[in-house]
Design a protein around this ligand. Structure first.
Ligand SMILES: NC(=O)c1ccc[n+]([C@@H]2O[C@H](COP(=O)([O-])OP(=O)(O)OC[C@H]3O[C@@H](n4cnc5c(N)ncnc54)[C@H](O)[C@@H]3O)[C@@H](O)[C@H]2O)c1
Length: 457
């Protein structure tokens, strides 16, 4: 048996990447999943998941990575990472139903294990889950005491889909909630082995780690909604250009550039739901998380901001709208909570004929068609067949390819198109107001009497 061994329960978007990263760091890895298709595919050396670099790692380290449905096999390893889904429930909190099943299966196997075993929950959970649900469940089912027979850690990830492997190997920091010092130390050692960049490791109690995890995404979404608010202001301000503003203020080290690009609202499987969970948790405690609520409200209004452009520009059905990019961000095929997809759906509902193209279209075609959105055969035909083209998800190829938008109206959510190529187009850039003819300052001081006064105290 190889000296370094680990098991990973849940081989999805995050878990399979973790298994692969462990394997590339000389760990013998047992992957456990309930999905036979996933298991079969991994054992054939084929990644069932679209993630940059993952296929290559699986192929290169296949010898050390074995997938199975048998929880018994985790007993041959020293540590088990649990990366199962924690979907949001109706109240906006994270459900523990998959965690419960997985921990129950692990606990049963641990009953027969002689030595110490470390269990690490990676899935995102609500504060209080580790102390009040996971630890008691494992103790009850295994018949062992946490801290003696087994150790327990919470070790959430802060990665972004499309960049998961790099994110796992070069994180800004590692967050560890621990049942006791021994458990935290063991996990810190493993993390040091798999990270290339010696990140700072923050070790703490379960509740603080659980809160820290959702706070990160809540803060980052706030930044995005702030940038989108700036974009809206710039659109209404003659000569306004959100990039000029964010490129300047991002240089302030208190602010920083990342996620400060006034463009599209945020989406995906983590950002919206983590921010809602943060706000809901605060409410349950009786704290006031108005910032998180405002962030969410701003995000919900982003698609309508684009629809307003259609009204302002008098673009009406049956105009044919080409939506370029549907995934919630580039380099992933994930459509969950995608603002591009939401926009396409709203346009279709408003009576426009919507034609969409995404580089990962094939895998999602059925779902897209079921929404009444037509799938273009390729990028060029999507543009050719449309009256209006929206550059929605900023895939690199949309800006690298010399695309012919002549005679089209182009709405560029991200302002990546070369200004030289847009000079002759009807080009609308989100976050910019190129109307330099209108007088500025406008009569806004006269409007002061019309707006609701914001009390100073
Ligand atoms: N995807 C992300 O970008 C991301 C980022 C940070 C945190 N997270 C968190 O990580 C967790 C997992 O997310 P994901 O995107 O990898 O989910 P996923 O849906 O892609 O994968 C989950 C996997 O778990 C398997 N599974 C379910 N129940 C199981 C069980 N009882 N035993 C064994 N396997 C089981 C499923 O078959 C699936 O393969 C979630 O809590 C999520 O919030 C995800």
């Amino acid at each position: 048996m190889s000296a370094k061994s680990a098991s990973v329960v849940g081989l999805g978007k995050l878990g399979l990447c973790l298994a692969a990263v462990l394997a590339m760091n000389d760990y013998r890895v047992i992957g456990v999943d309930v999905n036979p298709v996933t298991i079969d595919s991994i054992n054939k050396g084929i990644s069932p998941i679209f993630e940059s670099g993952l296929q290559e790692i699986i192929r290169a380290h296949r010898r050390r990575l074995h997938a199975t449905s048998s929880f018994k096999e985790i007993l041959s390893t020293k540590v088990t990472f649990v990366v199962v889904p924690t979907p949001s429930d109706d109240a906006g909190l994270f459900s523990l139903k998959f965690v419960e099943r997985a921990m129950d299966s692990i606990g049963r196997e641990l009953r027969t294990k002689k030595g110490y075993h470390l269990i690490v929950l990676v899935s995102t959970v609500m504060p209080g889950s580790m102390d009040h649900f996971v630890r008691p469940l494992l103790e009850r089912v295994s018949g062992k005491t946490c801290g003696k027979g087994f150790g327990l850690c919470y070790n959430p990830e802060f990665i972004a889909l499309g960049d998961v492997i790099r994110g796992m190997r070069e994180p800004d920091f590692i967050l560890i909630g621990e049942s006791d010092k021994k458990a935290g130390l063991k996990l810190a050692r493993i993390q040091k082995q798999i990270c290339k960049n010696s990140p700072p490791i923050e070790r703490m109690s379960f509740v603080n780690a659980e809160l820290a995890k959702i706070s990160v995404n809540s803060f980052v979404t706030m930044k995005m909604s702030f940038a989108n608010t700036l974009a809206e202001i710039c659109e209404l301000m003659p000569g306004g250009d959100v990039d000029k503003v964010t490129n300047a203020i991002g240089k302030d080290t208190r602010i920083g550039f990342r996620y400060l690009r006034g463009a599209q609202g945020y989406g995906g499987p983590c950002f919206p739901r983590d921010n809602i969970a943060f706000a809901t948790f605060a409410r349950i405690l009786g704290a006031h998380a108005e910032i998180a609520l405002a962030t969410h409200k701003v995000n919900l209004s982003q698609v309508h901001r684009v629809l307003d452009i259609f009204r302002k520009e008098n673009i009406r059905p049956p105009a044919k709208i080409g939506v370029l990019g549907l995934s919630y961000k580039p380099n992933t095929n994930v459509l969950e909570a995608s603002q591009s997809l939401m926009l396409a759906k709203e346009l279709q509902r408003d009576g426009y004929e919507v034609l969409a193209f995404d580089p990962t279209m094939g895998e999602n075609q059925k779902e897209i068609l079921s929404l009444g959105i037509n799938c273009a055969e390729g990028l060029l035909s999507c543009i050719d067949e449309s009256d209006v083209c929206i550059i929605a998800t900023p895939w690199k190829q949309f800006y690298d390819t010399d695309l012919n938008f002549s005679n089209k109206i182009v709405i560029d959510m991200w302002r990546f198109l070369n200004p030289e190529t847009t000079a002759t187009l009807k080009y609308i850039a989100i976050g910019q107001n190129r109307n330099l003819d209108s007088k500025f300052p406008p009569d806004y001081l006269e409007k002061l009497s019309e707006v609701e006064k914001i009390p100073a105290v």
